[in-house]
Every structure is written in C-alpha cells, then in structure tokens.
Design a protein around this ligand. Structure first.
Ligand code: ARG
Length: 269
C-alpha cells in the first residue's frame, strides 16, 4: 500500500483526471480568453480546463503545491507542502490566472509559514503561508464550518499532474468528485483503516478516473455552502492517482476551521 504523502519540494502537483487509456487527441481547442495560445482540452479523462476568473482563490505555490486564498495575505495549503513554522521568504505564490505563463499573473513572496501544531506526517495536514504584501481584487475562499457541506459533490482544481506520474500543468484543471464516507474509505477494498476519520475526508469514484494528483497537494476541494463556495478539503494524499477503489484523501477543513481561523488571526490576517 503506497501511501503517497509526497514531500513536495520536487514539485509534483496534480489535478488528476487519469487518462485511462485515452489517447491524447487535440480534437478540439478552446479559446483562453486572454490571448494565450490555443491548446487542446480533450486530452484528460475527468478533468477540464477552468476558465479565467472561475476560481479566483486558486493559488500555485513554487514548491509545486496548490493553495487557496484565505484572506488578502494568507494562503491555506497542506502541512506536507511546507517546512516548520517560522520566517520563510523562499516561497513564491502565483495568483489571479489559470495560465501560469500569463503576463497578467500576480506573484507574491512569502514571509512566514505556520504549519499545523503537532504535524507529524499523519493527519493535521494544513498550513498557512503569509504573503509579504496583500493581494487585492481576488475573492477569497471561506472555510467550511458545517458538517452539512461535508458531503455531496465537490470541485477539485489544480496545476498538478493530469495522469499518475505525469507532468505539472500550465493551465488550471478542474473536476467534480463525490464524497466517500469514512466507513467506505476505510473498508478493506479501499484504505483498510488508514483514514483518520475525524480529520480526513475522502472523495472520488469507486471506478477511479477522476482525482487530484501529485502537485495538487495543498489546493482546495470545495462546494457550494449557505452563500457561495466553501472550502471542504485540502488535497493531502492518495494511493497513486485516480485508481479504482482509491479515492483522494483530503484534510477535513470543518474539523480544523476554528484552529485555522485563530492561527490566521495570529498572523495578522
Ligand atoms: N500528496 C500529493 C501532492 O503532494 C497529492 C496526492 C493526491 N493524490 C490523490 N490521489 N488524490 O501533490
């Protein structure tokens, strides 16, 4: 059982829509709306390109992870994407674009990292990155605080690999995956007790085919809440990507929401 808690650093992020035997065939192409080159959109099973502005809170981090804009100066990501708590000016966040090569991109350096207290590689997979200066004009993604929204269908998005073992993506991909209960996810045919039910949440299809993947770590899983989108999960780990009976495993944001909010306040944002 390979429990991929890939330590980023060697970038591997992925929003996987595993190409289950699909032959890449640039049969169609979509305009990007911002003057970029036209590229095929039909080469991935399960994922499609997000449109510019569709998920304004999506953040790409230079160590090869995703993140979500929590406030104008704070990015929520995964603990396994960062080092220990303290001053950190080594991370670059890219925001405001689906195309990482766009000349319209916004970039910010980090000035501080806050990793979940007690993080030891099992559970508690969340961290905050403080940006050196605020970002304006981008909507943030509120934390889900209600179990009501810890079920249903979720959106996943990221610039990580589009197939298991594949390369990082230039354009943001998105997909929809259904909730998988802790009981099902922990069953012998799936993760056989490896899921920490209180603070991890699974999502994916029994048949596989749609998933996050290496390089998507730290990015958000979200759905519509009481008034707009709320963040339900943080991409954490999985056995490979998009394999049958191996849903993606996400940090359960509702469980940590008050702790995350308090930590963000303590960082000034
Ligand atoms: N740990 C991976 C990363 O660092 C994310 C893996 C997600 N895997 C999955 N099958 N959902 O990018």
């Amino acid at each position: 059982m390979v429990r991929w808690r890939i330590l980023v650093g060697t970038a591997v992020a992925v929003l996987t829509a595993a190409a289950m035997g699909a032959t890449a065939s640039p049969a169609s192409a979509a305009p990007t709306g911002n003057g970029d080159a036209v590229v095929p959109t039909t080469n991935v099973v399960g994922g499609t390109r997000a449109t510019q502005g569709e998920f304004p809170f999506m953040v790409r981090l230079s160590m090869g992870c995703g993140g979500a804009l929590y406030s104008s100066t704070i990015v929520l990501t995964a603990a396994h994407c960062v080092g220990s708590t303290g001053t950190n000016t080594s991370i670059t966040a890219t925001l405001g674009v689906v195309d990482l090569n766009s000349t319209s991109k916004i970039t910010r350096k980090s000035n501080y990292v806050y990793r979940a207290p007690g993080y030891n590689g099992s559970g508690k997979d969340w961290a905050l990155i403080r940006l050196a200066s605020p970002v304006t004009g981008l909507a943030t993604l509120p934390l889900n605080t209600s179990s009501t929204y810890d079920t249903g269908n979720f959106t996943i998005a990221g610039w990580g690999a589009a197939t298991e073992g594949g390369s990082q993506q230039r354009y943001l991909l998105k997909a929809t995956v259904p909730f998988v209960s802790d009981a099902t996810c922990n069953s012998s045919s799936m993760y056989n007790g490896e899921i920490i039910a209180s603070n991890e949440i699974c999502a994916g299809f029994t048949a596989g085919g749609v998933d996050t993947c290496q390089g998507d770590s730290g990015g958000p899983m979200f759905r519509t809440g009481a008034s707009g989108l709320v963040q339900v999960g943080i991409v954490s780990w999985g056995d490979g990507c998009a394999r049958p009976n191996k849903p993606g495993v996400y940090t359960q944001v509702s469980y940590f929401a008050s702790t995350i909010a308090a930590a963000a306040t303590s960082l000034g944002g």
